[in-house]
Design a protein around this ligand. Structure first.
Ligand SMILES: Cc1cc2nc3c(=O)[nH]c(=O)nc-3n(C[C@H](O)[C@H](O)[C@H](O)COP(=O)(O)OP(=O)(O)OC[C@H]3O[C@@H](n4cnc5c(N)ncnc54)[C@H](O)[C@@H]3O)c2cc1C
Length: 389
């Protein structure tokens, strides 16, 4: 088989890239190791920046997003009972949209299906080859048979544990990592959210986030120990702990119900540099991870592929400038999102070594935010997302 662009991974990065390339008249094939149902079953991100929304619109896949997504003009921070609303729209003129990653993925999958673009689910043992020369290709097995997919370029959209970054010679790659000493226990329930806007809470018992996927579906998180297991947390134990961590007025609005999903995610900051190796490019979680506090993971995946789709369209138009600068441009935006996610995580969580001084620093930072429109603006413009560049 031959295509122009061979993409590894049918997460949001791979599927959105495929849609943007299709829009630009560039043929592409996606190889995904899991089944479509498995990919759709993963409960992950839920807050879209304007850049991600614009890219989905550009790809012609925003009909359901525009009809069902919930525009949010602000969010709340709470330090115990002290609450601060960050008015994103007043401070930046922009807003974010709550629309689950599962829905984004479903829309992208449907579009791919309708446009007849090649997608191979349950592709086994995908391996990139020849990307340091002029004839790159992917080998893989499907239905018990070996296959080869030749392409002009290979794109690794295969997430943090994928094969593409792992195939780069170690000397060609520099990595930067910070592991946080706690995780997030998440619970999804078919219950109305506790508040119309997200609440990020700092408490002496640890961080909490009250989020949502729709007016009827809530997503809540609790900072937990890395040693905790989901089995240890009954629904009742989760709701009781959430009630203790929410500000009292919000806790009074809490509607509980059986969980649809419960999981623990470790928190990590990670960047691999560069994001191009000859004819292999990396995008999304394959190249970088952020802790979810700033809601940047899915959005960075979208902005990477937005830049990459543009660069590849330029290449087929006769200029290599876009692909030559892709890594540098993407990383400039990635590092700013890494900084913001690290800062917001550091401010809102209790670390084992926070201590008296660390706590006073967090409280002083929150006080400063409460009293300074300038500080709130810095927070807001990072939260709604920096321009694509
Ligand atoms: C548990 C969890 C919770 C999260 N919660 C949030 C959140 O609340 N907010 C937020 O902003 N972000 C969150 N994120 C991050 C966000 O979901 C990711 O940043 C986003 O999914 C990145 O998209 P991606 O396409 O780059 O990678 P992925 O979504 O990871 O997609 C990669 C795809 O590649 C496939 N793949 C991997 N290896 C191979 C291979 N060898 N061959 C073929 N296919 C392969 C995988 O099966 C997968 O489908 C969360 C992530 C996780 C893991």
């Amino acid at each position: 088989m031959r295509t122009q662009i061979a993409i590894v991974g049918a997460g949001p990065a791979g599927l959105l890239l495929g849609a943007l390339l299709h829009r630009a008249g560039i043929d592409n094939v996606v190889l995904e190791q899991r089944s479509a149902e498995y990919v759709l079953g993963r409960i992950r991100a839920g807050v879209l920046e304007q850049v991600a929304v614009d890219l989905l619109r550009e790809a012609g896949i925003a009909e359901r997003l525009d009809a069902q997504g919930l525009p949010h003009d602000g969010f709340e921070m709470a330090f115990g009972e002290r609450r601060l609303r960050i008015d994103l729209h007043a401070l930046t003129g922009r807003r974010v949209v709550v629309y689950g990653q599962t829905e984004v993925t479903r829309d992208l999958m449907d579009h791919r299906h309708q446009t007849g673009l090649g997608t191979v689910y349950e592709a086994e043992d995908v391996q990139p080859h020849g990307f340091d020369g002029g004839r790159p290709y992917l080998s893989y097995r499907h239905g018990g048979t070996g296959h080869r997919l030749d392409a002009d370029f290979l794109i690794g959209c295969d997430g943090f544990h994928g094969v593409c970054r792992a195939s780069v010679p170690p000397g060609a790659l520099q990595t930067f990592e910070k592991i946080y000493p706690f995780g997030w226990l998440g619970l999804l329930a078919e219950t109305p959210p506790v508040s119309p806007e997200l609440i990020y809470g700092h408490t002496e018992r640890g961080f909490t986030l009250a989020s949502m996927r729709s007016h009827q579906r809530s997503r809540y998180y609790l900072q937990c120990s890395l040693d905790d297991t989901v089995a240890q947390w009954s629904d009742d134990a989760f709701w009781a702990e959430l009630r203790r961590r929410l500000p009292a007025a919000a806790a009074a609005q809490l509607v509980t119900g059986p969980s649809i999903e419960k999981s623990i995610a470790p928190l990590r900051s990670f960047v691999a540099e560069p994001m191009r190796f000859g004819r292999l490019f990396l995008a999304g979680d394959a190249a970088h991870i952020v802790p979810p506090t700033g809601a940047k993971g899915l959005n960075l995946a979208a902005s990477d592929v937005g830049l990459l789709a543009r660069a590849l369209a330029e290449f087929y138009g006769g200029s290599t400038a876009g692909i030559d600068h892709y890594s540098q441009r993407a990383l400039a935006r990635v590092w700013k999102a890494e900084r913001f996610s690290w800062w917001f995580t550091s401010l809102m969580h209790r670390f084992p070594d926070t201590g008296g001084f660390g706590l006073r620093m967090q409280q002083a930072e929150f006080d400063y935010l409460c009293g300074s429109v300038a500080a709130q603006t810095v927070l807001a413009e990072n939260y709604v997302g920096l321009p694509l560049g």
